[in-house]
Design a protein around this ligand. Structure first.
Ligand SMILES: N[C@H](CCC[C@H](N)C(=O)O)C(=O)O
Length: 275
């Protein structure tokens, strides 16, 4: 079938975005892998599908597939791109929409230039809701892994994140530790692994080894997770600037609140692929 798509990116985290509203769309894992293939397909980190609203509260459904074909429940950078896609495709004239995924829901608001504000639901720290198989909830967990004992914080922002504090992100063992931890048995659904350096109480540096992808230039949910964990540890203020290799996101969160993220969402090109 001929499939129209948009190619979009957010700080270099890139996406194939599909309209499942105008034409109902089902995708197999193999089709997602082809779309994500940077030689035999379009090439992207994630495939995003906007769907009709699943309930009266939401304006649209939002499906997310990593380029390995796995379907997941959150993509923060992708959500900002989805809001821009919905506007550009004329699927909505509203400045603010609510989208629902298989695990969570977000309010998205178009800002000036190509920036978008995303309001994510309250972070989940209960192990069962991350999910994380440990005997008790804690601010820090120490995992025995192929790279030794590794400590970090764990949280879900609609997808699972393990956040490790490092002195210098530039020298962090992202590939080696990311590969060793993303499929750690303690995380039954896998996990995104963040490496965060605290520059100041309002400034973090972050690199993320993404579940189902590997290291990406930016991870929106990872930036939210790192900001939340650093706040829980008492290291940061409620508003922080998060510098990732691909650029900067602005995150705001305080205990018991939803998480707010602001950042760009950029249209690159549109096309059609035989799938
Ligand atoms: N790899 C993630 C999904 C994409 C997250 C990232 N691209 C973002 O911007 O949040 C997972 O398996 O949960």
């Amino acid at each position: 079938m001929k499939l129209p798509f948009a190619k979009m990116q957010a700080l270099g985290n890139d996406f194939v975005v599909l309209d499942g509203v105008s034409t109902p769309l089902t995708l197999t894992a193999a089709q997602c892998r082809k779309l994500g293939d940077r030689r035999f397909g379009v090439g992207c980190d994630q495939i995003l599908v906007v769907d009709p609203a699943p309930d009266a509260q939401a304006d649209f459904g939002y499906r997310i597939f990593n380029c390995d074909g796995s379907e997941v429940g959150q993509c923060g950078n992708g959500a900002r791109c989805l809001a821009r896609f919905v506007e550009r495709q004329g699927l909505s004239t509203a400045r603010a929409i609510q989208v629902a995924t298989r695990t969570t829901r977000m309010n998205l608001e178009l800002l000036e230039q190509d920036w978008v504000r995303a309001e994510l639901s309250r972070p989940e720290f209960q192990p069962a809701r991350i999910p994380l198989d440990v005997p008790a909830q804690a601010e820090r967990y120490t995992l025995d892994s192929p790279v030794g004992m590794v400590s970090g914080g764990a949280v879900s922002v609609g997808n699972p994140h393990f956040v490790i504090e490092v002195d210098d992100v530039a020298r962090a063992p992202v590939q080696q530790w990311g590969e060793a931890l993303t499929r750690h048995a303690a995380f039954p659904e896998g996990v995104n692994v963040g490496f965060v350096e605290r520059v100041a109480a309002d400034h973090l540096r972050l690199r993320v080894f993404e579940r189902g992808v590997g290291e990406t230039p930016a991870c929106g949910s990872g930036a939210c997770a790192a900001a939340v964990i650093q706040r829980v540890w008492g290291h940061t203020e409620a508003r922080v600037r998060v510098d990732l290799p691909g650029g900067q996101l602005r995150i705001a969160w305080d205990e018991g609140q939803n998480v707010f993220m602001e950042g760009p969402a950029t249209w690159v090109f549109e096309g059609e692929i035989e799938l």
